[in-house]
Design a protein around this ligand. Structure first.
Ligand code: ACO
Length: 433
């Protein structure tokens, strides 16, 4: 943040006029610093859902919702999706710059060395009910990492923070794959360090000890691209949850488990599962108008899953890449006539021409097409959100590291507009009427 305290916004509160400092970032709208508002003006701001509140200063990811632009450390997501790959993107997010060849090799080695889980953790998995949702297992196991890796829970130690970050990025594919294997009653497959990040994940999900399995490079590339597109998204609900949890000084594994829990909801990461289920429910193109009408009906809680975004009021740039990827993957697999893809394409076309969606600036988001690719790869819908969590872990951990190293770190503690009863005296039970 550049120091521009000479610029102020004036706010009149009753008799008082407050001069509130203003700052500019490198991109995006200016901000008004309201930190002294309560002390000087005896008032709070009221912003449920935080639509006008900047909660932190960050140099990681930038979104221009009107333009439909997403930058990781300044690099456009379209360029990264086309030219880079997930492990390089992880390095970029964590350390701020694209790595040299030597830095990349060293980083890949470090991640690869941490892919195995403490063997006792396999018993922990077995404690879950067979029919548990994989997100429930992932949430529990990530939180439980703090019980297995005591040597990387001291957040004041920069080295331990680094080890925890690498461990989380390295072990998430193993945790998510094992949650899947457990849910279908197949043996856990150990990581294979000769494979790249995405191929290793696919191998742990789809190979079995009884048969040979070779990872299809087309699917591995599609998987890697899904990871890249989901890697970070500035201060969204789950990232803000991670930041809030960590503001109290909680250990990194507990904080990331909090992020996983928040991501699960259908308004956030759970939308990819909900979207594919909706597309299947629609089933055929002729039923689309019925569902569009329901989405517009104020008395019907139904929403078109995969449409709309708090920040994007234009095409989600990730959805554009994802759509292209879905076409490629389904084409290469020879299943381009997939009825779900047909419904998705037609639904997108109709919604984009509809007055309601135009007026409210509701465009397809990243979840609209990701489910179609994951389905083609062979994942059940219950695995879609855990895969999102796997990819977002690097974003969460990068934001966590940025926050912990900030000398201005304070516990996150919003205020409220209280509308409950005023103070009153306790009444004994026999006197209550
Ligand atoms: N279908 C129909 N109408 C919608 C939709 C939708 N998908 N999304 C928003 N609207 C309508 C709302 O009903 C509201 O109408 P109103 O002004 O008449 O009351 C208006 O558009 C504004 O919507 P809000 O819910 O206020 O917008 P908000 O920014 O709070 O919510 C959200 C954004 C949660 C993503 C919402 O658009 C939604 O629920 N979409 C479907 C779920 C989804 O796809 N989530 C994934 C988000 S991306 C991600 O997390 C990776």
């Amino acid at each position: 943040m550049t120091d521009q305290t000479h610029r102020t916004a004036k706010l009149s509160v009753g008799e008082k006029t407050l001069d509130l400092p203003m700052y500019s970032g490198t991109l995006g709208p200016d901000v008004i610093d309201i930190r002294r508002l309560y002390a000087d003006g005896d008032v709070f701001t009221f912003d449920p859902g935080y639509t006008s509140t900047g909660s932190c200063e960050s140099a990681i990811t930038f979104i221009d919702g009107d333009k439909g632009e997403l930058l990781y450390r300044g690099y456009p997501i379209e360029q990264l999706a086309e030219k880079s790959f997930f492990i390089e993107v992880c390095y970029l997010l964590l350390y701020g710059e694209l790595p040299t060849a030597a830095q990349l090799e060293d980083f890949e080695n470090r991640v690869t060395n941490h892919t195995m889980l403490h063997d006792q953790m396999s018993y922990f998995f077995r404690g879950f009910r067979r029919d548990a949702h994989p997100m429930a297992i992932v949430c529990g196991v990530v939180g439980a990492m703090s019980a297995f890796y005591h040597d990387s829970t001291d957040i004041r130690d920069a080295w331990q923070r680094e080890v925890a970050s690498i461990r989380l990025i390295a072990k998430m594919p193993t945790i998510v794959a094992w949650a899947y294997k457990y849910s279908i009653g197949q043996p856990f497959v150990y990581p294979k360090n000769s494979l790249d990040y995405a191929s290793n994940f696919l191998n742990m999900c789809f190979s079995v000890p009884a048969a040979e399995y070779t990872v299809d490079p087309i699917l591995s590339r599609a998987m890697d691209r899904i990871f890249t597109l989901h890697a970070d998204h500035e201060q969204n609900a789950s990232t803000s949850t991670v930041r809030l949890a960590s503001s109290s000084g909680a250990n990194p594994f507990a904080c990331i488990a909090a992020g996983v829990a928040c991501l699960w909801g259908p308004a956030h990461g759970g939308a990819n599962q909900a979207c594919l289920e909706m597309l299947r429910e629609i089933g055929t193109v002729d039923r689309i108008p019925e569902f569009i009408a329901r989405a517009k009906d104020k008395n019907d809680p139904f929403k078109l899953m995969g449409f709309g975004h708090r920040v994007y009021k234009n095409f989600d740039p990730r959805a554009k890449v994802m759509k292209q990827s879905a076409d490629e993957v389904l084409g290469l697999l020879g299943i381009e006539n997939n009825p779900t893809l047909q419904v998705a394409k037609e639904l997108e076309k109709i919604a984009l021409e509809d007055e309601y969606f135009i007026e409210k600036k509701l465009y397809p988001n990243v979840d609209f097409y990701s489910g179609i690719i994951l389905d083609a790869i062979g994942f059940p819908t219950s695995m879609f959100t855990p895969i999102f969590a796997l990819a977002r872990t690097v974003g969460w951990i990068t934001q966590w590291k940025e926050m912990i190293s900030d000398p201005q770190l304070k516990i996150g503690r919003p205020r409220q507009l209280y509308t409950g009863p005023t103070a009153r005296d306790y009444v004994d039970v026999e006197k209550r009427g």
